[in-house]
Design a protein around this ligand. Structure first.
Ligand code: DI6
Ligand code: FE
Length: 407
């Protein structure tokens, strides 16, 4: 038997499709998918079905946070305080703090503790209308601890009304056991860890931090070849603190996304557009690091690259759980238009996760994930800071209750 139809009428639909259409009308959903949308005068004949009157509210696709390190233990407020006194992020990393201090906390945490610490962050993102998010590993840096992080990410996806995509980021930084032996560490990732985690179905994509304080382009080449042999899509933390040529390597491998890009330029913008690789902008990290180098927005725009926006939720450079705040920062700090910002957390974020065929826009056949907003104008998304205009969230065709850390 087919699941029942539901009619969501009297809506103003921000489809976020290629034409960025705005439609005054209705959505028809069947189970977890959208069956039809359009003006009410064109509604197909329906039998009895559940009807929701949305009273003229604006409706967008469910928001997609396509870059997070949401699963971690502890926090790094003390390092933030040091950075406020002038110490740099790179300096802290070189002194064994930074990512490695979170690695120590994650290794010490059991799976339940990691879940319990991460759940309130997830609940906060969901409260703003996030229905899909990516969660990276990268704070375990042993095979067992990376597996633990990825299992917690999967468990969060089962416990909460959200679609979780996991990304293996074993190549986040060189762990203490391999200090000075980055090449050997990478070989372990390639030959042992990645095949083992992939065999357990814990990995949806593979990422690498390509940076002076992390891994080289040659390392990325090795890792990407291994990922692609396992038919896993790849992505890269590229050009965040310096330009090592990571974007050109990632786009040559058909990466789903390159993320950060503060130190990218014209050549990178062209390569991203040509390869169909999404440019993921992370303005909260830019803000919290007190960065001064802006990503090349105008070049990306001119080249026609897909601009996505994400929270980067992590304890070091972006301790935030508000995608709407990231939107505000993407507009004010990076100069995105309101329309670009909305596409950045819907259609283009889906592209960054390789999910554009199933979510990120309102269209027949796609996921019935959408947010009903308490706003009079679409430009209010990315305008409010610390005020949440979400009215109702529908995921897979069901109204989602207000999320709590235990839901
Ligand atoms: N870039 C980032 O912004 C995060 N990871 C990365 O490669 C920061 C991670 C951290 O500082 O804990
Ligand atoms: Fe990141």
């Amino acid at each position: 038997m087919q699941p029942p139809l539901k009619l969501w009428r009297n809506a103003r639909l921000l489809t976020c499709d290629a034409g960025a259409q705005r439609i005054e009308g209705a959505l028809l959903t069947r189970g977890p998918r959208i069956e039809w949308l359009g003006p009410e005068a064109e509604l197909p004949a329906l039998g009895a079905c559940e009807v929701h009157d949305l009273q003229g509210a604006w409706v967008s696709p469910g928001l997609i946070d396509c870059h997070t390190h949401l699963v971690f233990a502890g926090n790094r407020a003390a390092e933030y305080a040091e950075r406020l006194r002038g110490r740099s992020y790179e300096d802290l990393a070189r002194a064994g703090g930074g990512i490695l201090s979170t690695v120590r906390a994650v290794r010490a945490a059991g799976e339940q503790q990691l879940f319990d610490e991460s759940a309130p962050r997830l609940a906060a993102l969901l409260a703003e209308g996030v229905t899909t998010l990516e969660i990276k590993s990268g704070y375990g840096l042993t095979l067992a601890d990376e597996a633990k992080m990825l299992r917690v990410a999967r468990a969060l996806g089962r416990a909460f009304p959200v679609t979780v995509r996991t990304t293996f980021l074993g190549a986040h930084t060189v762990p203490p056991e391999y200090r000075g032996r980055a090449d050997e560490y990478l070989e372990a990732l390639v030959h042992e860890w990645l095949p083992s985690l992939a065999a357990e179905a814990l990995v949806d994509a593979v990422d690498i931090f390509c940076e002076r304080i992390a891994f080289s382009v040659a390392h990325a080449e090795r890792l990407f070849a291994a990922a692609q042999a396992l038919r896993l899509p790849v992505k890269m933390h590229a050009e965040q603190l310096s330009n090592l040529g990571g974007t050109l390597c990632a786009t040559a491998h058909g990466a789903l996304s390159c993320d950060h890009l503060e130190h990218a330029g014209e050549a990178e913008a062209q390569a991203l557009a040509r390869a169909g690789t999404a440019a993921v902008l992370l303005p909260v990290a830019y803000y919290c690091l007190g960065d001064r180098t802006l990503p090349p927005i105008e070049a990306l725009r001119r080249a026609g690259a897909a601009l996505a926006v994400a929270s980067d939720c992590n304890p070091g450079s972006a301790p935030g759980t508000s995608l709407l705040t990231a939107l505000s920062m993407a507009t004010r700090l990076f100069g995105l238009t309101s329309e670009e910002a909305l596409l950045g957390v819907t259609r283009h974020a889906a592209q960054a996760l390789g999910l554009a065929h199933e979510r990120g826009t309102l269209a027949p056949g796609l996921a019935a994930d959408f947010v009903v907003w308490n706003i009079a104008e679409p430009s209010e998304l990315g305008y409010w800071i610390g005020y949440n205009p979400r009215r109702t969230v529908v995921r897979a065709g069901e109204v989602v209750p207000w999320p709590t850390a235990t839901s």
